[in-house]
Ligand binder design. Structure first.
Ligand code: NIG
Ligand code: FE
Length: 424
């Protein structure tokens, strides 16, 4: 039987059409294509037709009222949300560090004392693949319940070849078995192992000579990411690691200028990174370089919120012509959340973005940040039938009411997986 799905009469159908070749920048980030009383028809997992209810309904009359029909009257329909930066596969939680930070310890102090990323690395190294799979599966279910149909997922809590491969293999298995799609990033350069702190060069060399070639040979990742920050990887080490990844077909991403200005944004432009992420402290020059080199800025306001830090200046970046995407940074240390809708609230309230821009930043621009804009991120014929339906009368309510989950229905490749806010 052909798989068919007809969604009719949405109060607002937001298509995000027209940005497949390049991400939306500047004013284009605010210009949403909205179809009032919109309908959409999906067949065999792909979008076939999008238009007004009048236009679409006439062609698919026979589906009305059947199991293949969803009435979206009074609701908002968007492309399935995309989270372009997560540390999905890891073991355990770090609420003890949260309590320490509330008493005044900083994130970097905790990491330098062997906690932070090192704590999750120990837990992840000890964990079996089955345990990692189970923990991450539950996180993916939560993403889905919050309207997210695709996530990027980084390794980086293994820090040895064996354990980095373990994380990436779990991500691969989840990608094929969980309905949420996963795009993988190798991030061996997430931290320098504690016992090599004083002499990091051998570790940098192992990433370059052993880990990157093996990850590429096994086709376990699309991207290669580095935590370029004082006390972690220098710009020079980051550059070597990213260039080595390129040699093996892994496209560069960077955790850039999160804690202090460190030349990460500039480096992203120099190596032709697909995205530079965080950017809380990015320099004016770095922002200009990114705009010129078409590097997507992936902003993670949940991290600033949770670390009680100053937020990235999204307004300035959009105005300077950087294409912006938004993400949760889901991880147990600096942003323990999977709520991309809450990140959209923060984008507006704390980074000066408009409600229109945050929608662009979590759909088509997020797709560009993971090189997937040809398939997802907008509702246009030929694209994957990934759709989120929100139980709100207009999209403004999404970034106005905060800390609430308005997701009503989530459809992955034409199949409804969440209905009435519940997993099916
Ligand atoms: O994106 N900045 C580096 N890595 C993560 C945090 C990881 C952790 O604390 O476990 C981040 O914020
Ligand atoms: Fe991160």
């Amino acid at each position: 039987m052909t798989q068919k799905l007809l969604i009719t009469n949405a109060a607002q159908l937001i298509t995000m059409a027209g940005h497949n070749d390049r991400p939306a920048k500047k004013k284009a980030m605010s210009e949403l294509e909205i179809i009032e009383n919109g309908s959409i028809y999906i067949e065999e997992g792909k979008v076939v037709a999008v238009g007004t209810d009048e236009e679409i309904r006439a062609d698919y009359q026979d589906l009305i009222g059947t199991e293949s029909h969803i009435d979206a009257t009074g609701k908002v329909v968007t492309p399935g949300l995309i989270d372009p930066h997560t540390h999905l596969v890891h073991a355990g939680t770090r609420e003890n560090e949260y309590a320490m930070r509330l008493k005044g310890k900083t994130y970097m102090e905790i990491m330098e004392a062997g906690g932070g990323i090192h704590a999750t690395t120990r837990a992840t190294q000890t964990a079996s693949p089955e345990q990692l799979y189970e923990e991450s599966w539950k996180r993916l279910d939560q993403f889905l319940l919050h309207g997210v149909t695709t996530v990027e997922a980084k390794s980086g809590y293994g820090l040895t070849l064996e354990h980095e491969l373990k994380q990436l293999e779990v991500a691969k298995q989840l990608d094929s078995e969980h309905p949420v799609d996963i795009v993988s990033t190798f991030m061996g350069a997430h931290a320098i192992p504690m016992d090599e702190k004083d002499n990091p060069e051998p570790f940098v060399n192992r990433i370059i000579d052993e880990m990157i070639p093996e990850v590429a040979r096994k086709k376990l990742a699309t991207f290669n990411d580095v935590f370029c920050e004082r006390g972690v990887f220098t710009p020079e080490q980051s550059k070597r690691i990213l260039e080595a990844g390129k040699q093996h077909g892994l496209l560069p991403k960077i955790h850039a200028d999160e804690i202090e200005p460190y030349g990460g944004a500039e480096l992203a432009a120099q190596v032709g990174a697909i995205s530079a992420d965080h950017l809380l402290k990015a320099s004016e020059q770095g922002i200009k370089d990114m705009a010129k080199a078409d590097v997507v800025g992936v902003l993670l306001p949940g991290t600033a919120f949770f670390l009680m830090a100053e937020f990235a200046d999204a307004r300035r970046m959009v105005d300077r012509g950087v294409a912006i995407a938004l993400s949760t940074d889901a991880n147990p240390g600096s942003s323990p959340t999977i709520s991309l809708p809450f990140i959209m609230n923060l984008g507006c309230l704390k980074m000066g973005m408009t409600p229109e821009e945050v929608l662009t930043a979590t759909t088509i621009n997020a797709a560009h940040a993971i090189g997937a804009a040809g398939e997802i991120g907008s509702l246009e014929p030929g694209k994957k039938g990934d759709v989120t339906i929100f139980n709100v009368p207009n999209y403004l309510v999404l970034s106005y009411q905060y800390g609430m989950n308005h997701v009503d229905t989530v459809i992955k490749a034409g199949t409804p997986l969440v209905m009435g806010g519940q997993l099916q």
